[in-house]
Design a protein around this ligand. Structure first.
Ligand code: ADP
Ligand code: ZN
Length: 639
């Protein structure tokens, strides 16, 4: 940041002055930097304490949910302390954007990674040595190179920030071997404060980070993992694509969103189908050529309102703040994964949706995957526990947020912003239905030594004379036709819920055949009642309607980001959004680098007539005021 960026009253100074003149000048305070550079009024949650601790030279481990505001926790200390802040990040593909976003704020930043030519790297190194950088982003593998250690030896390093610190965990899903090198930081530069940050919260991961990074002396900051602006919804999967289209058209048309699918094939199919519905959707999975992946990711970040259909390969480090919805078409394997993925929605704190369609086939598929996996018994048990917790969340009669937060060890009240809070589900006594189903499984096994999957069992119970029923003479069974009181969907819900609570199991034979468990017997003997959740009917399939029931116009969608705005404020928001789009395109930067949705909402409310009024809006710092102030005032005056 430059001296002119700080109001004269703040007593601030520039990094350049600091590094080029030996005369000590008072440093800007953290609050000065927050206000003048970032344009924010006040710190969020524990940011102030964390920043104070690191500025004072302490080490820190920061656990905050996605969107919690981790970046400021290292960016501000790097600006306040003398020297250059070195940020270790595995997100090579995003470093360029991160640097661009910093530069848009007037922060002098650079990066070193393998995507650059050696010339480009040399330039960055020169800038760092000349004291011209406040922040240097570094790929972890560079720490294994002599050139890098020599460079760091010659620099005055203000702090080391270790982003996505859970990548050091060998048991986690994002393990990067290069992260093991990071122990060198403490060994070689013991006096430089280190701050490790992650959104992965389980105690096991936390312990591993502390141990491997040598952070035993570090202060731990654990934020609340609640993301109150996200509405959580899980509905039964019936016609998943139609359900998704209905969601987008009714609530999110024109919004940016991420749709997660389990397989590459379903990613492609879904992206194409959404395209056919007039929704701009791009695919992303590890099987696509790297340039296609990079291009799709870049379009998603840069343009407004793109839907990314992806496997879980997509998302880490995507700090696009205005993702308005995250949809899951397949069941995630753990609550941790689910929460990280859904956490990518609504980082800007504006209303956002986490929606999932979930059905019997998901449970069968994942249970089977675990049964057939290569791992040892302990590993399988662990995977089974993860899945059980996830299924518990899907089938709960309680507040979804309470269930998730409890999983992360945090107590909370019912949230009022999830589907079970908004429309409490009804329970029904499924004991007799469960007994009918379980006894059919038992009879098949005892009388004929046969095992079948859900489809055949339901046909037997419903008394359907299908070819397969005739072939196996299942109409002769005493349970044939005893379940006509429930329809197909309802029976599937019964099977699904019994599987979720392990009162029924899927065998590892790969055919989805069902088996009795220990837990089945008390139910069969009438010692244990079975309470089931009454499935709601998803909007898209109500009355057999196959496609979306909303008009698909863009106007309602914008409500998601601009909800809470008056009609004339919404008009202004739209004008500002299209101005932002043009400006970002002309500059070749992502739209959010210009201003976030949250800031556009703030401007729409404030209707500033002067630069002074504009600068009071959250997210308008000195540099952005200088770059865009006049243009914004023109848009406001003209709308
Ligand atoms: P994380 O890295 O924890 O996922 P970010 O650092 O990307 O979260 O922050 C999420 C959003 O919140 C960003 O748009 C950021 O600018 C904004 N933000 C962070 N701290 C504050 C604050 N104190 N006041 C207002 N906005 C903030
Ligand atoms: Zn709730």
């Amino acid at each position: 940041m430059r001296p002119t960026d700080i109001p004269p009253t703040s007593g601030g100074m520039s990094v350049r002055a600091r590094t080029m003149t030996p005369v000590p000048t008072p440093s800007p305070t953290a609050l000065d930097v927050l206000r003048s550079t970032f344009g924010y009024d006040s710190f969020r949650g524990e940011q102030e304490e964390i920043i104070g601790h690191v500025v004072g030279g302490g080490d820190a481990l920061v656990l905050m949910p996605t969107g919690g505001g981790k970046s400021l926790c290292y960016q501000i200390p790097a600006l306040v302390r003398p020297g250059v802040g070195v940020v270790i990040s595995p997100l090579i593909a995003l470093m360029h954007d991160q640097v661009t976003a910093m530069e848009a704020l007037g922060v002098r930043a650079g990066f070193l990674n393998s995507t650059q030519s050696s010339d480009q790297r040399r330039q960055t190194e020169h800038a760092a040595l000349a004291g011209e950088l406040d922040l240097l982003y570094l790929a972890p593998e560079r720490l294994g190179m002599a050139g890098t250690t020599t460079l760091l030896d010659r620099l005055e390093v203000s702090i080391f920030a270790i982003d996505e610190a859970h990548c050091v965990s060998q048991w986690g899903h994002d393990f990067r071997p290069d992260y093991l090198r990071l122990s060198v930081l403490q060994e070689r530069w013991p006096d430089v404060p280190r701050i490790a940050l992650t959104a992965t919260a389980t105690p096991a991961t936390r312990r591993e980070i502390v141990q491997r990074l040598g952070l035993t002396q570090a202060r731990e900051f654990v934020a609340s993992f609640d993301r109150p602006n996200i509405t959580y919804r899980i509905e039964p999967k019936q016609q998943p694509l139609a359900q998704l289209v209905s969601l987008i058209n009714a609530e999110h048309s024109g919004d940016a969103g991420i749709v997660y699918c389990l397989s590459r094939a379903s990613v492609e199919k879904t992206a194409e189908a959404l395209g056919g519905e007039g929704i701009t959707a791009l695919p992303y999975h590890a099987g696509l050529p790297a340039p296609v992946r990079a291009a799709n990711q870049s379009r998603f970040l840069r343009d407004d309102g793109i839907v990314m259909v992806a496997t879980i390969a997509f998302g880490m480090g995507i700090d696009k703040p205005d993702v308005r919805f995250v949809a899951h078409l397949d069941l995630p394997k753990s609550i941790e994964g689910y929460y990280q993925e859904t956490g990518r929605a609504g980082r800007d704190s504006l209303p956002a949706t986490a929606w999932m369609a979930y059905g019997l086939a998901d449970v069968v598929q994942l249970r089977q995957l675990i049964a057939r996996s290569e791992g040892d018994a302990a590993h399988k048990r662990l995977q089974g526990q993860h899945l059980d917790a996830m299924l518990g969340l899907c089938e709960t009669m309680h507040c979804r947020r309470q269930v998730v937060l409890e999983y992360f060890g945090q107590k909370s009240e019912p949230c009022g912003n999830c589907d079970t809070c908004l429309t409490p589900p009804e329970a029904w006594d499924g004991t007799v239905a469960a007994q009918k189903l379980l006894s059919t499984v038992v009879r098949l096994k005892r009388e004929r030594n046969q095992r079948f999957g859900a489809g055949q069992l339901i046909d037997i119970l419903r008394g359907n004379r299908t070819a397969k029923v005739d072939q196996w003479e299942h109409h002769q069974l005493s349970t044939f036709g005893i379940g006509t009181d429930l329809d197909d969907q309802q029976w599937r819900a019964v099977v699904r819920q019994l599987l979720s609570t392990s009162a029924l199991a899927v065998s590892g034979d790969g055919h989805g055949t069902l088996e009795i468990t220990e837990t089945s017997w008390p139910v069969l003997r009438g010692e244990r009642a079975v309470q089931l959740r009454q499935d709601a009917h998803p909007r898209a399939v109500r009355k057999g309607r196959k496609t979306a029931d909303a008009g698909g116009g863009g106007s309602r969608s914008r409500a998601a980001a601009a909800s809470g705005l008056e009609a004339n404020e919404k008009d202004l928001f739209e004008s500002l959004r299209s101005w932002r789009g043009e400006t970002a395109r002309a500059a070749g930067v992502p739209a959010y680098v210009v201003f976030s949705d949250a800031t556009l909402v703030g401007i729409s409310r404030a209707r500033p007539a002067t630069l002074g009024e504009l600068s009071a809006v959250s997210g308008v710092g000195a540099k952005k005021l200088e770059s865009y102030g006049d243009a914004v005032l023109t848009v406001v005056a003209g709308t």
